[in-house]
Structures are given as structure tokens and as C-alpha cells.
Design a protein around this ligand. Structure first.
Ligand SMILES: Cc1cc2nc3c(=O)[nH]c(=O)nc-3n(C[C@H](O)[C@H](O)[C@H](O)COP(=O)(O)O)c2cc1C
Length: 223
């Protein structure tokens, strides 16, 4: 598994070297999102301490994952829970209409093809009443040095204009890897603030260390 991931990292570096930091070509036709069904957010409270409505929006995967074995709660999901808890925010999980396989290797193959074709895989359910939030934390795992394409499908299908977006990711060594820029490109009328990168394994085995990183980041952002 390690070998696959190292190959992934190497290829990811090549992809980024090839992009030269420029905007990715979006010429391929987005896969139309089949779902028109709306889904309610998981509410923790009606307001948060700052009086503004905050949403924690995230995509995360369970199953066999890099460096952590088989997980029943995704690394990003763990961090999303923590942020939502600390800020008394609502939470919404983006799910792919066609779930990614549990096998790490099979998932990396699919994700690689999606990235290469700049695909827009459909998501399962859309969020209700996004307009009520002025700040949206967006969490995701790093996939091939980029955000999972299904997250882009979701962001492009919704209007986050005028909102403050705060990205966070979990990863196996890449860090944020330019994903703040990807999100800013998908949400051109939003303000994107400094993101947080957490090593995925830490989310599973080192909750105290993650807690400290999240606290320091939130403090820096003024929370
Ligand atoms: C398809 C796929 C591609 C990945 N590519 C990278 C990568 O390019 N760089 C990296 O640091 N980690 C990579 N990883 C590891 C994940 O980013 C990391 O394990 C993350 O914490 C998983 O989060 P999740 O459990 O919320 O899905 C990849 C994992 C998968 C499944």
C-alpha cells in the first residue's frame, strides 16, 4: 500500500509540475448531477458564539486508507466534527452518488482518472438553505495533490458568493498542496481564508495534537 501511495505522490508532483501553478483546464463537460433531492444539515445549535451562522461542509471516505488501515470514520470527518463542536456550527457531509470503493488501491485508481479527466462526479444529496450561512468551513482529503473532484461538483452546483470560506484538509504528507487556490477558483465570489492541513493519521490516533492545531488555527482566524 505504501508503494502505491508513494507512486501516487510522485505522480501528483508531476501533475502539479505540469500545471505550472495555473488554473486547471475545465473543458471536459461536467457530469450532470443526477440528484435534485435536498438534505437537511445536522444541527448542533441555531446560532454560534459570534452570532453568525457557520457551516462545516465536508467530504470524507471510510474503508482502507493510507497509513491507518481500515477506518470506520474518515480522517476529515473527525476534524470536521471537532471544528463544528468548537464553533457550535452546523455540519453537512457531501457524499458521492456512487460511493468510492473501500479498497485504497481501487479508490486511488478512480480518483486518478477523475483528476486526469477533470471529471465532475455526481453527489448524492444537496444542502438545504445554504443562504443562511455566512461562513463555510470546507473539509476534504487531499487526493492526488488536489481536492476530490466530487467536492468541485458540489461547490460549482451551489452559490457560495459573498460567503467566507475556510478550507481544511487531511493528508498523508502533501499538506494543503494548492487546494486553497482550487477552492477559490470554484468559488470566485467568496473570500477564502487561510486553510489548515492535518496529517490524516493524527486524526485517528492523536486527538490531543489535532485539538491543539485546530485551536491555534481558529485563534489565528479570530475565533
Ligand atoms: C484517492 C486517494 C489519493 C490520495 N492522494 C494523496 C496525496 O496526493 N497526497 C497526500 O498527502 N495524501 C493522499 N492521500 C491520503 C489522504 O489524503 C489521507 O489519508 C486523508 O487523511 C484521508 O482522509 P479521509 O479519511 O477523510 O478520506 C490519498 C488518499 C486517497 C484515498
Amino acid at each position: 500500500m505504501k508503494k502505491i501511495f508513494m507512486t501516487a505522490l510522485l505522480l501528483m508532483t508531476t501533475i502539479f509540475a505540469g500545471c505550472g501553478g495555473s488554473t486547471q483546464d475545465k473543458t471536459s463537460a461536467p457530469e450532470k448531477n443526477s440528484s435534485t433531492e435536498k438534505s437537511s444539515v445536522e444541527k448542533t445549535a441555531d446560532t454560534n458564539s459570534s452570532g453568525k451562522k457557520i457551516l462545516v461542509l465536508y467530504f470524507s471516505r471510510t474503508g482502507e486508507e493510507y497509513n491507518v488501515g481500515n477506518i470506520t470514520k474518515g480522517n476529515t470527518a473527525i476534524v470536521a466534527d471537532l471544528i463544528a463542536q468548537k464553533l457550535n456550527a452546523d455540519k453537512f457531509e457531501i457524499k458521492a452518488a456512487k460511493p468510492y470503493p473501500d479498497s485504497y488501491e481501487a479508490c486511488t485508481d478512480i480518483a486518478k482518472k477523475e483528476l486526469e479527466s477533470n471529471a465532475r462526479p455526481a453527489f448524492e444529496k444537496n444542502i438545504d438553505n445554504l443562504a443562511q450561512y455566512d461562513t463555510v468551513f470546507i473539509g476534504f482529503p487531499i487526493w492526488w495533490g488536489a481536492v476530490p473532484r466530487v467536492l468541485l461538483t458540489f461547490l460549482e452546483a451551489n452559490d457560495l458568493g459573498g460567503k467566507t470560506i475556510i478550507p481544511f484538509c487531511t493528508h498523508g504528507g502533501s499538506g494543503l498542496a494548492g487546494t486553497e487556490r482550487e477552492i477559490a477558483e470554484a468559488c470566485p465570489n467568496s473570500t477564502v481564508r487561510d486553510g489548515l492541513a492535518i496529517v490524516g493519521k493524527q486524526a485517528q490516533v492523536a486527538p490531543e495534537a489535532v485539538d491543539k492545531q485546530v485551536d491555534a488555527w481558529l485563534k489565528n482566524l479570530g475565533y
